[in-house]
Design a binder for this molecule. Structure first.
Ligand SMILES: *Cc1c(COP(=O)(O)O)cnc(C)c1O
Length: 410
């Protein structure tokens, strides 16, 4: 069956819970062992003292290690990207920092595609160097040969451990070819060492892009965005094959940054409507982008659905994505003054950061989400005083367009 058909029941056995249609919230810190022998066996496995036997069916110990709401949510999330396992976290940043801490050691090199989410950028460039980790930012318009050359020139090629990508890039929708970067990871891998390729798929997933199909090893989400989808919670997730996920789940146990049962339950509720929400959001965004493109007060629209068919970006988009998404950015004619005037006049569309929720949001990247990014870098990324970012929601597209129309009027 398709994931959207399984989101209401997968992984939950109502027979065990008074035949309740909906999975209860397991608001408990600890779980009873049937016998002392069972307790001993649980801890042997949890601490890696021995392998789990194939016929061994272990229950729960303690909610920092695992909890039924987390487990069912993880099973359901795995269906969309067809991964073996998933780990859910208290935030997207908790998911990202745990992956980076688990797979990078002092002296290692991390290569990442610019631009990445502001929090990720800060963690990579402020925190990781304190741990003795070297970082190298590359740009989407650099060729595979050029990136290999840059890695070799860094003098740390033999210490390359991880490639970190985010595509399409926030806020300009610049697209990165996952296949190219995973082949670079393979290029620098050896029998002793596999270089991993991870993708922050928050902008497009889990519906419109499946990075494992293009050679990525791990997928990361801020579940605060489309997965949660109602701007009412903070959460994160990492997905991949079991051998890598066991390491992530083990570090999660000791950092204690797992998701709580209440939020896991809310996300299970969100997943039931994930497909209908995201389908409607991308349909709306296509109409909004077309309207903006034709408007005389607008200089330029960045939207995957409007890419010129003769460009390299279009080819990658067609290969990698199943829909153009619901994130649009555009340059309004004029200066910061015109941009602010427009933002202040919006009525239906809310002036706020974040994205992926049921309501449409607008923000000004250069003074808000990207205020901390170095000016030279912002210029290279096309983040100008006149750039506005929109996250399109599930409202009637006529109302969204009418709101934009009145806000663009003199
Ligand atoms: C929001 C966001 C994050 C951070 O997630 P939180 O849930 O806020 O911690 C990471 N990456 C991207 C692309 C995001 O949009």
């Amino acid at each position: 069956m398709h994931p959207e058909s399984l989101m209401m029941s997968y992984g939950y056995n109502s027979e065990s819970f008074e035949r309740a249609v909906k999975c209860p919230i397991f608001q408990t810190s600890t779980f009873t062992f049937k016998t002392a022998e069972e307790g001993k066996a649980f801890f042997e496995i949890a601490y890696g003292l021995r392998e789990k036997l194939s016929n061994e069916n272990l229950g729960y110990i303690y909610s920092r290690i695992d909890n039924p709401n987390l487990k069912i949510l993880e099973k359901r999330l795995s269906l969309w990207d067809k991964t073996e396992d998933c780990a859910v976290f208290e935030s997207g940043m908790a998911a990202i920092s745990t992956v980076l801490l688990e797979f990078l050691n002092p002296g290692d090199l991390l290569v990442y595609s610019n631009p990445v989410y502001g929090g990720t950028d800060h963690f990579i460039n402020t925190f990781l160097p304190k741990m003795g980790i070297h970082t190298l930012g590359v740009h989407p318009d650099e060729s595979k040969e050029k990136i290999i050359e840059l890695i070799n020139a860094s003098g740390k090629a033999d210490k390359l451990a991880l490639i970190y990508l985010e595509t399409p890039a926030n806020p300009t929708n610049e697209i990165v070819d996952i296949e190219t970067y995973s082949s670079i990871a393979t290029h620098f891998s050896s029998n002793e060492k596999k270089v991993l390729c991870t993708v922050d798929n928050t902008y497009m997933g889990p519906l419109w892009q499946h990075p494992l199909q293009f050679g990525a090893d791990l997928i990361i989400y801020s579940a605060t965005k489309y997965i949660g989808g109602h701007s009412d919670l903070i959460a994160g997730a990492v997905l991949g094959n079991s051998d890598l996920m066991i390491r992530i789940k083990t570090l999660r146990t000791f950092l204690g940054n797992m998701l709580n049962p209440n939020t896991a339950w809310l996300l299970m509720r969100s997943l039931e409507t994930l497909k209908v929400r995201m389908d409607q959001q991308t349909k709306n965004a296509q109409q909004v982008a077309q309207f903006l493109k034709e408007h005389s007060a607008i200089e330029k629209v960045n939207y995957l659905g409007l890419l010129d068919k003769n460009t390299e970006a279009y080819k990658i988009y067609k290969k990698q994505c199943t829909a153009p998404g619901a994130m649009i950015s555009f340059d309004i004619k004029g200066s910061e003054k015109e941009a602010f005037k427009f933002l202040n006049k919006l009525k239906l569309i809310k002036l706020a950061v974040s994205l992926g929720g049921t309501e449409s949001l607008a923000e000004h990247p250069i003074t808000m989400t990207h205020a901390g990014v170095d000016a030279e870098h912002r210029k290279k990324m096309g983040i100008t005083d006149t750039l506005i970012r929109l996250s399109i929601g599930v409202e009637n597209p006529i109302d969204i367009i009418n709101d934009l129309k009145q806000a663009l009027q003199d």
